[in-house]
Design a binder for this molecule. Structure first.
Ligand code: NAP
Length: 333
């Protein structure tokens, strides 16, 4: 195995700990290696917080040695955002070697961080472990390249291909074991879980990761955001996603100009749920406006870069017809 791989893998594992908290920012982990051993590590812990490299060098106050190597899964940034450029602190602290996993996917900044480091006499190696690094940040990359989040479609179907009962009644397809797997490997790996209002009315799902949580708090703080596409605000006010435990983590996207629905909107917002109005293009939300709503940070919402679309049929179809599917998972029960 490449001598760099184990250190890059550690960066990726650290970066993963930021999932769901970094908003539209990338997942980034960094480690500092001295004579083959990791002596400091850090990751980007949340939107608006220090970038991984800066967090690492802030926490590691001892002088660096010339052979120390800094590993990071994404090219260090060279532009000023909410925090100063990471390239500055690497140069200031005398880092001499940097190994990175993925070039910044934003064409406006790609390569500029590397160039700034090289200009300062730093030896830069990369990309190493590029495929794994790209996969970890598929949400961030998709947002940079396509202006929308990464989209995974998930459906459960019977061996005969049914996804819903013909009479609209609730149909249990998957086993508890499959549901636990999809909480851990699908729901928890996306920033948001999305359904159409038809599914809320038919099944009243919770859309949480409760099968893998070992905390039992009054308010669920661990599940991804829940998004309900509901142009006419047909959701029932006693829906489980609007319960005390789940309301704050739910976003209902309604059409604009609700008219007589405005009072209902106010009551739902009073539960702690965000109700955002989005213009329609025919019967469907205008995609550009929808993506702008979901990827623009405002207040304590930091934006999302990945969505698990759980259905039902009309919702899957809208995403498929628009060519907005990056990955598809089918669970057969
Ligand atoms: N097997 C599975 O994996 C699975 C998963 C989920 C659900 N289901 C089943 O699917 C059935 C429900 O499916 P369904 O097709 O009737 O309903 P649905 O897809 O859950 O919801 C459809 C409705 O959501 C709104 N909507 C969806 N996409 C939209 C978009 N892009 N823009 C604007 N509005 C949008 C529209 O509301 P309006 O009608 O108000 O305009 C639309 O009619 C249930 O029986 C449920 O059990 C199965």
């Amino acid at each position: 195995m490449d001598i760099h791989a184990p250190f890059l893998h550690r960066c990726l594992a650290l970066a993963e700990q930021g999932r769901g908290k970094t908003g539209i920012n990338p997942l980034v982990g960094a480690v500092l290696v001295r004579r083959g051993k990791i002596i400091a590590e850090a990751f980007h812990e949340g939107y608006g917080r220090l970038h991984a490299e800066r967090a690492l060098l802030t926490q590691c106050t001892a002088p660096l040695e010339p052979e120390d190597v800094l590993y990071v899964n994404l090219e260090p940034c060279s532009h000023r955002g909410k925090t100063p450029p990471c390239t500055d602190i690497l140069i200031e602290r005398g880092v001499k070697y940097v190994v990175y996993g993925l070039k910044d996917p934003n064409p406006q900044v790609a390569g500029k961080g590397i160039a700034a480091l090289e200009r300062a006499g730093i030896t830069v190696t990369g990309p190493v472990e590029r495929a794994r690094s790209a996969w970890l940040n598929r949400g961030f990359t998709t947002l940079q390249e396509k202006g929308r989040p990464w989209i995974t479609l998930k459906r459960a179907q019977t061996k005969t291909g049914l996804t819903a009962a013909p009479d609209g009644s609730r149909l249990t397809i998957t086993s508890k074991e499959q549901d636990t797997w999809s909480h851990a490997h699908l729901r928890a790996k996306h920033d948001a879980i999305l359904v159409g209002v038809g599914t809320i009315l038919a099944d009243d799902p919770q859309l949480s990761t409760r099968f893998i949580q070992n905390t039992n708090t009054e308010v669920d703080q661990h599940s991804p955001l829940r998004i309900v596409l509901d142009p006419k605000l047909r959701i029932k006010e006693d829906a489980r996603v609007l319960s005390k435990e789940l309301a704050q983590g739910t976003v209902v996207i309604s059409g604009s100009g609700l008219g007589s629905g405005l009072a209902k909107k106010g009551r739902i917002e009073a539960l702690g749920t965000r109700v955002w109005e989005c213009p329609l293009d025919g019967e469907l939300f205008a995609w550009k406006a929808l993506w702008e709503l979901l990827t623009t940070p405002k207040g304590d919402f930091f934006g999302i870069t990945s969505i698990l679309v759980e259905g039902g049929a009309k919702t899957w179809e809208a995403f498929e017809d628009a060519g907005m599917v990056d990955e598809e998972m089918v669970l057969v029960g």
